[in-house]
Design a protein around this ligand. Structure first.
Ligand code: PGA
Length: 263
């Protein structure tokens, strides 16, 4: 099976399925193509599918190795398949979620319950696995989110997406490294990307509450998912030009246990 996984260590992409190639950010796509056409067959596979399954497997492994795992969970289009696989794994393998705590990365302010990230997580994960309400955490429901995370022992694994402007959770461009859970104004790029869900810009929320960069970087492990052509440019920028607060995802290069799953 092809494992198109780039594990990023500092600013270097390591391609763990090949022993003798370490590609710099300037050439990761070329490297992947070269390998696919050379020693391996060019496998026309749905990478998003495979990578989503891989992310679900990593979460399941984390829960098996530490039953009281604390997860930071994303919303959006990107992780939908990952949650499907996680539900499947839970059913097939009897994954025990009873001691797991889930912390939503972010939440809209001033929106309906129907559009909330809490509802998203209920629909995509919590309700499907019978996840206890007491273990569901949301930054809009807690004033001291960072303190609550710390009281639980800190995040073990945070799963992230990336916005077209490089945001992680809702840390929009310009967010400093030293930032904790806070209310923010949504960037226009983010609002535009979200607007179809709300039926237009006018109805799209302008405020949200989000874990900060420091909250995320304090997680013991981070997995970022980035799928699709439209994310390629920002993923490249985030991991090739050093740290730039205008591209919040670039702060992730400071983390020692970061895995980027990208197609
Ligand atoms: P998306 O959002 O998965 O809907 O593209 C990702 C994000 O904004 O983090």
């Amino acid at each position: 099976m092809l494992h198109p996984i780039c594990t990023i260590s500092s600013e270097i992409y390591r391609l763990p399925y090949v022993h003798n190639i370490t590609a710099t950010m300037e050439a990761p796509v070329f490297a992947v193509c070269l390998i696919a056409r050379g020693s391996r067959k060019l496998i026309l596979t749905d990478k998003k599918n495979e990578l989503s399954m891989d992310a679900a497997n990593k979460i399941a492994a984390q829960i098996r190795s530490k039953p009281n795992t604390n997860l930071g969970l994303p919303t959006g289009r990107t992780p939908v398949l990952m949650y499907d696989y996680l539900v499947k794994l839970t059913e097939q393998e009897g994954l025990d979620w009873s001691r797991v705590n889930c912390f939503a990365l972010d939440e809209y302010l001033n929106t309906t319950a129907e559009h909330s990230f809490q509802r998203y997580l209920e629909t995509n994960l919590y309700d499907r696995i019978g996840f206890p309400k007491t273990n569901q955490h949301n930054p809009s429901m807690n004033d001291n989110y960072d303190a609550i995370i710390a009281q639980h022992g800190g995040l073990d694994l945070a799963i992230l997406g990336i916005g077209l402007n490089g945001h992680i959770a809702f840390n929009e461009p310009g967010t400093p490294r030293l930032s904790f859970t806070q209310c923010i104004w949504l960037d226009e790029v983010s609002r535009k990307a979200l607007s179809p869900t709300f039926g237009g810009m006018e109805a799209t929320p302008s405020k949200a509450v989000t874990m900060g960069i420091s909250t995320i970087l304090a997680s013991k492990q981070i997995i970022m998912l980035a799928f699709g052509q439209d994310k390629k440019e920002i993923v490249g920028k985030a991991f090739s030009n050093g740290i730039n607060p205008e591209i919040p995802a670039s702060f992730l290069t400071l983390h020692e246990h970061l895995t980027v799953l990208t197609d």
